[in-house]
Structure formats: C-alpha cells, structure tokens
Ligand binder design. Sequence first.
Ligand code: NIG
Ligand code: FE
Length: 407
Amino acid sequence: MLTILHHAAQLVGIAAAGECSVLANGSLLIRNGIIEWAGPAAEMPPITEDERDITWIDAQGKVVLPGFIDSHTHLLFAGSRVDEFEQRLRGMSYAEIMARGGGILRTVERVRRASKEELKALARPRLQRMLQFGVTTIEVKSGYGLTPADEIKCLEAIAELNAEGPWELVPTFLGAHAVPPEYRSNREGYIRSLCETMLPEIARRGLADFCDVFCEKDVFSIDESRRILKRARDLGLRLKLHADELSPLGGAELAAEMEATSADHLLCISDQGIDALAASGTVATLLPGTAFFLGRAYAPARRLIERGVTVALASDCNPGTCMTENLPLIGSMACMQMGMSPGEVVTALTRHAAAALARSDRLGSLAPGKQGDGIVCNVPDYREIFYHFGINHVECILKRGRVVHTS
Ligand code: NIG
Ligand code: FE
C-alpha cells in the first residue's frame, strides 16, 4: 500500500531532532503505514507501482505535518460539571469546590454508575472531535473509578476504544487521582489498595503504559506520591506526575528524582523544579487550556525552554479543569499566553509529545522509518494554524498511511 502526499507548500517536521523543520514544495511517501521518504517534490524517487495501488493526495497550497499527539487527557468520563464552571465564574476556586465535595469526586460518582459500554459511547464523540482537529494519538487516563473494579472497567474501555481505532490510545492508570469517600478516614487503606491490589493486576494484564499521581496539597503528598510511583516502577510501568499544578509542592523535583517520563501542568513550578527537570530529561508537559479555564497564571514555558527542558503541550481534556478537544487552540494559547513560537508549538504537539509518551521511536515526526501519521491543513504557512485561531484548518488525516478522515 503506497500513499503519496504531493507538492505540499510546506512539509513540516521531517527532522527527528533540532528545531521545527519546514521544507517548501515537499512530498511524502508512505509505504505499508511507514514513512519511506520525505523531501523536495522534484527529488521524489521513481515509483514503480501500478497507479491503482497508489493513493495520491495533492497538497498544493497546503501544509503537511505529523499527526498531533495529545499526551495528557482525562477524556473517559460521564456527566457534566457545567454548574462548577459557573460557580468558578462567580469567584469560587477549584480547590474550594473540591473541599466542598465537588470536583473530581462528582465525576467519580457518575463513572462508577456507568457501564463500560456507556463510558465508551460517551468517549467516542470526544475522540472523533480530537481526530478531526488532527490528533492521531491520544493518551487517556483512568482516575474517575477509584475502586479496583471501576479503574479496571475504565482501562478496559480505553483498550477497547484503542482497538476500534483509527486513533491510537495510550492508557495511563491514575488511581491516585483522589482519595475516594469510602476511604476518607483511612488514606493508608486506599494507598495500600493502589499498591497491593490495583497496580499489580493492571501491570499483570498490561492495561496501562503509565502510572500517574495527582501530587497536590490535600490530594497526594510528595511522600505518598513517591511510594505509589516506586511501586508502579517496580512493576514495570513508566511514570507521569501531575506536578505543581495548583501549589508549589515540589512535584517537578519528585518527577525528576523518579525518572518519570513527564511532569505535567507545572503552573507553580519553582526554579529548583526547573533545574531538576533540565538535569533529568523528564519532559515538561504544559497544559495552557487548564490555566485558561481556571483563570490562573500560565506555566513558565520560556524559562523551561531556555533551560533546555523538553516542552510538550497537551489538552488535559476533562470535565473539571479544561473542557475542550481542540488541541490546535491549545497551541494558539501557548503562542499568545506563554510566548512560544509557532515552530516550538508544532514540536511540542508532535515530537516532544511523542517523547512524553515514550513513543519517539515511532511517532512525532515525518522522518523516514516513522509511522505514517500525517495531517494536511488548508493553509499555505503552518503558522496560520495558530494565528487564525479557534478554527479547524485540518482537511485530511492519515493514520498509519491510511486516510481516516477528510473534510
Ligand atoms: O488535570 N488535576 C487533576 N486532574 C485534572 C482535573 C480533573 C477534574 O477536575 O475532574 C487536571 O486538572
Ligand atoms: Fe490532568
């Protein structure tokens, strides 16, 4: 099977390292789902295939990029929290709402009542919307079940949705998202359930690539987070951490210490936290949509980049702190609110996001040998995607070399 994207005004993100590469009048050859060649249209190697076996895509006047990767979402959930949205608009903070029994635990109630099939049916349109915005790989966290059976129900739903495709899903176990009400006076009991019941079964069944913890004041402390992450690491899972989101607890330092693949959020990261990430190679995943939605100060993207930290961007799509599937809009927020250049944003949504999912070997660029995940945007210059914001410019989506959506 051969797919040829021909004569793109710009072919963006061929380079597997360095700054965002932009090639004018480029073509791309994808054979059997893998990128075989990318370069100037005039230098395309001769094709010997029968014409009937080739899918030609004319990209004249358009931009071709690697499929976007959303490396941090909580999109498997039931119920709306629009009432909390309004409470926040009237001045109540996310932490106050949580302290009054709102927040994550309200979604937990709804998810516990939902069947696996119901959760899948609710997630599909969200995944479809993400795909339409050019997102071909999506990390999805559990964390709204908080019992062994409900967490496993969620992870099984993610596995089944992944098998349906055309999206590629990366499952993360976030059992340490909150202490559930039945353990309110027995946190130790819940942490034991995480470490001794849930994590071993999830690892044995291969239901999650990553283990994540919401390390936050009044949620899981640094010491509790370390204990859970250690157990996950010993069981062979890779690590992520919700770090320094609402308060400067030292989550970034813990992520670096634990050699986590990524430290996420970082709205309140300290200078020591930035140094720790720079020294460790842990990816900083920034989620400006959450700062926007909560009306908080943005993460210090420029300082992170200047210190040499690998910065990825993701949506955080969830009902409480960022209710959107529009990843390119997140890219516009990164430009306008965090001072990232459009080139840095493309890299953060592709190559660095692949690194945040430990899938750099296959994903994140249009380099030969990588998976044939690409998008065609109906703009002549990639910077238009973020400049002309809030609009969907994606016209054609390829996953593993196959056209999976056109508009
Ligand atoms: O990433 N911080 C923890 N988890 C989510 C919010 C989840 C929710 O409010 O339902 C976040 O912001
Ligand atoms: Fe999150």
